[in-house]
Write a protein of this length. Sequence first.
Length: 502
Amino acid sequence: MYAPFISEDLRLRVLSLLHVGIPVETIMQRHNESVEKQGGVSNRDDLLTHRYVRIQERNIRRASCELDEDDDISIGLWVESHQNHVFFYEDFSDNDPFLLGIQTEWQLQQMIRFGSGRLLALDSRFGTNKLKYPIQSLVVFNSDNKAIPVAWIISPSFSTSGDTHRWMRALFNRVRTKDPTWKLAGFIIDNPLLDIVAIREVFQCSVLICFWRVRHAWHKNIMKRCSSMETRAKLSKALGQIVKDICKGFGAIESFDKFMEDNVNCRSFMDYFKAVWYPRMGSWITALKTLPLASQESSAALEFYHNQLKIRLLNENDYDINQRADCLINKLGTKIQAYFWLDEYEGKDDFSRYWKDEWASGLTAWRKARTIPNADIVTEGERVKVVDHVVWNPGSEYAICGCDWGEKGNLCEHVCKVIQYFREKGLGLPSISLLQYNQGLINMLKCPPANSFIRDHAVSLAVWVNEQLSAQYGKSGRNGDSDGRDEMVNSCTRMEVDAELC
Ligand SMILES: [Zn+2]
């Protein structure tokens, strides 16, 4: 299938560039320039030929995703010919719809590289309203804390709780076969109804809950359904406070009843909230009270990934991917993987096509915020102006900003910047994640003497974590991006005070 003289890495690079539409001539031109720059041929990859790239381009152009007229047969044929991309496949049965788990070799490598000893997150609802076959994505976070998809799961319908165990064990076994030492630190879910017991059983790690999807939906609808900034800020603040209270262990469904009574004038949003969210809040309340909350940075990364996948998958007027599973699977395994592969490729800036929307990736809002200097922040009464944008409810992820990104319900860099700035200056309360972490430690400190072993272990672990954070932020703190450590220090001071009161 491919020329044996070039490395797997170069083969993947050529295919990825072709998949996103870079012409053969441009690929060869850039390649020849780099060989010339290094003073001539020095390794096997330098022997890449025009003919080889042209053949690959022709193969891609001629390939059809429809291997059979019948979509179900076509999926079966695709699975047969792509065994190394499939970690799980179950055809339709009397009780269950088909379920397919895709993971390319490159995705497996990323899962090992960025997942071991770190976090894995599930984006469980992509395309549920638009695609005939919705997608669940498993992502890891790279060194910029950007999400990279390491597996996709496709099915005509995902039941609320029953599907997870079907594919999870197969994925875990695949990774462990490649690297027997691989172990997760935590698994982030975005749906309270997922099978948490199965996740804990398979991955043997803690499970965290991420609230980004709900916050995003509330935010988007507040912006859409209320025209006054003042009202938007008021509603968002009230919802944020309720969620915060719930995470701290108090607050219940009645809090939302009161919220609806107090804001009955905002009819359009209240009708939406009552119909869509109120019936679901019970399971969310249980999850928020029992599981640790994922950090704001992880939430920003998941939101960014979800938007990125939307742009990349739905950028073309592609009727087939909406209707046929074979075309969707094919696009994910070729073009979409190519975009994510190229995000990690350091030579991507040499191609002007990179600046097209669907390819350009950039930083998450949280990381972008770190590039905004503190001098660009001006306090205006209860609001804060960041660059040219006014942020209402500053210091919280329930802030409201009028920029384009914020108008669509996203956590924008202006809101993130104010959160980081407030933490750095010790002006805001620590994040819920940190409060929960501290609470966990305090609970350990309260252990009776018989359990002093556990307590001692917990304390030394906390000290170790603090040292690791200090070392990491010490390295990167030169650019003023030390908000994590500052938050830790501010919060630890509070924790010491709390502990004295125990
Ligand atoms: Zn903004």
